[in-house]
Design a protein around this ligand. Structure first.
Ligand code: FE
Ligand code: FE
Ligand code: ZN
Length: 278
């Protein structure tokens, strides 16, 4: 069965997200661990978490994806920014132990003039500080479009980060269709070739989640502007091939398209129907 959902607001808590997911036909979802621009997280309401876990069990909601705030930049040149990133990630990961078996996705960050090599070292240092043996969350590095000095623009950069982390078993990759397309990987005409390359460089077993987005820009544009499914340069057919691909189809798929809830519900219906036909 397809494991599909979308990004939801965490403002009303976990149970509210679970209900919202079910209301739009989703069986997974993604949420920000705190305001996407950073700041402190709300205190964890353990009753809300317990109610959510029971609701998720009853309604067949599977593994969910927590997304770190965009301001988290573990490879900044500014030690204060790096320190904020490390503290935020550690705090997020400690909270997520309440939702055992979840995924925690983050953007590797922007090295801003220091060079990718230094950026890779800094992100790996952060991960080595915040991961602990036996933690129940898998931390995902998101594939990035390569806007500005963004790290994670190539599979090789992600591999280089993973190589430097001691607790590799806690790490995975989140494949964002808009980002890899904008980074220059031809998932429209050669999905098998792209996944073959990902397998050679990182290993497909590391891919733990997929962000399903169309793109407003042509392949290789390094822009990162998400588009609604079918209205962009990737198109519905190519995205259906992603969600039905034998190497990916059991993963959680999260839409991050520019939509309100009704738009998400329609895209989930469409992709479910197309996946069934395929
Ligand atoms: Fe993201
Ligand atoms: Fe994404
Ligand atoms: Zn994006």
């Amino acid at each position: 069965m397809l494991h599909i959902g979308c990004h939801l607001s965490a403002a009303k808590g976990y149970l509210a997200m679970g209900r919202e997911a079910v209301s739009i036909g989703a069986n997974t979802f993604q949420f920000f661990t705190r305001n996407p621009r950073g700041g402190s997280a709300k205190a964890v309401d353990e009753r809300d978490v317990a109610a959510y876990l029971a609701f998720a069990e009853e309604n067949g909601i599977g593994q969910v994806v927590a997304h770190a705030p965009y301001t988290l930049n573990g490879c900044s040149a500014d030690p204060a920014v790096r320190d904020f990133a490390t503290r935020t990630m550690r705090d997020d990961l400690q909270r997520l132990e309440l939702l055992p078996g979840s995924l925690y996705n983050f953007h590797p960050g922007s090295h801003v003039g220091q060079g990718a090599e230094r950026g890779i070292e800094l992100v790996a240092d952060m991960l080595n500080q915040v991961l602990w043996p036996g933690m129940r969350t898998t931390v995902l590095l998101e594939t990035m479009a390569g806007k500005g000095s963004e790290l994670g623009r190539s599979f090789e950069e992600l591999r280089a980060i993973i190589d430097r982390v001691a607790l590799k078993e806690q790490l995975g990759i989140c494949l964002d269709t808009c980002h890899v397309h904008d980074a220059g990987y031809d998932i429209v005409n050669d999905l098998d070739g792209v996944l073959g390359e990902l397998d050679r460089v990182v290993g497909l077993a590391r891919v733990k989640a997929v962000h399903v987005n169309d793109s407003k820009n042509p392949m290789g544009a390094h822009k990162d502007r998400h588009e609604k499914i079918g209205l962009g340069a990737i198109g519905t057919d190519a995205l259906v091939r992603v969600i039905t691909h034998p190497a990916l189809r059991t993963l959680p798929f999260c839409l991050e398209t520019p939509n309100e809830l009704d738009g998400y519900a329609a895209e989930i219906r469409l992709l479910k129907a197309r996946a069934e036909e395929a």
